[in-house]
Design a protein around this ligand. Structure first.
Ligand code: ADP
Ligand code: MG
Length: 252
């Protein structure tokens, strides 16, 4: 994929280029993160890192122009902030997931594993043909994925739109939740905030918390996901959807 340049020559030249390509204030990223962003350039995933789309609880999402390895025009780059101690509380979504037989109480480890988990979950969603961002690349605390938006503008969250055909959108979401479940994944943070509407189609985002169905709390998480979605559609559109029936459909 990426052209190999001798390791000795790379840093100074690429660092210089990187400075020009980064349209953000200096000092935002630590050195480790900078090196990982550099990899996005050298692997031709992005050609320019643009503005901040969203400042999240523990990570930020940036819009980037794609590199030649990506056929779409834009890429979303999610960068987890290493310094945040909030990550320790996230181990609830790791303990019990067989993908994490050992949990370390070490912040770098947790952040990287969390990021790897989000990337792995996006791969499962992609495999399951769920409407979700396609994962492109992952390194440490940095994930590059499909940008959900049009013409460089982020698609709005489900909570901020008024749907013409809410039942159709609801059905698409539930079909996707079922597809995830059939592939042994429960999102565990489903809400009108983590669904983006692009061209009338709902895209599920934010897969960091998703757990495999063997997780001891998977049933509880799935019930909460279903409740959040059903409540949103019932409150906003008065669809009168039954939570139990929806849950049964997903787990059938
Ligand atoms: N793939 C994406 N394409 C476009 N925008 C995105 C994408 N991923 C995240 N965003 C934007 O960033 C915001 C925060 O991302 P999210 O993954 O939900 O992180 P958080 O854990 O902070 O909630 C989203 O609400 C959305 O506006
Ligand atoms: Mg979110």
């Amino acid at each position: 994929m990426a052209q190999r340049v001798s390791k000795r020559k790379r840093p100074s030249r690429e660092k210089h280029m990187l400075k020009e390509q980064l349209v953000i204030e200096e000092g935002v990223f630590d050195n480790r993160t900078m090196l990982r962003i550099e990899k996005l350039f050298s692997h031709k995933i992005i050609s320019r890192l643009g503005f901040l789309i969203a400042k999240g609880k523990e990570g930020d999402v940036y819009l980037a122009d794609s590199g030649s390895a990506v056929k779409e025009d834009y890429v979303a780059v999610k960068i987890f902030r290493i310094e945040t101690s909030k990550f320790f509380s996230r181990t609830e979504y790791m303990i019990g997931d067989p993908r994490f037989p050992k949990i370390k109480r070490e912040i770098f480890w947790i952040v990287n594993e969390w990021c790897k988990k989000e990337y792995g979950n996006l791969k499962i969603a992609d495999y399951a043909k769920v409407h979700a961002p396609k994962p492109y690349y992952f390194n440490g605390n940095v994930i590059a994925m499909e940008f959900i938006g049009s013409n460089g503008r982020v698609a709005p969250q489900l909570k901020n739109v008024v749907l013409e055909d809410p039942r159709k959108v609801f059905n698409t979401i539930i079909t996707d939740v079922k597809r995830l479940y059939d592939n042994e994944l429960v999102h565990a943070d489903m809400s009108e905030y983590n669904i983006l509407m692009r061209d009338g189609v709902p895209y599920i985002i934010d897969f960091g918390q998703a757990v495999v169905t063997q997780h001891p709390n998977a049933v509880e998480f799935l019930r909460r996901d279903v409740r959040n979605i059903v409540n949103h559609f019932n409150k906003k559109y008065g669809l009168g959807i039954d939570e139990e029936e929806t849950y049964a459909k997903i787990t059938a």
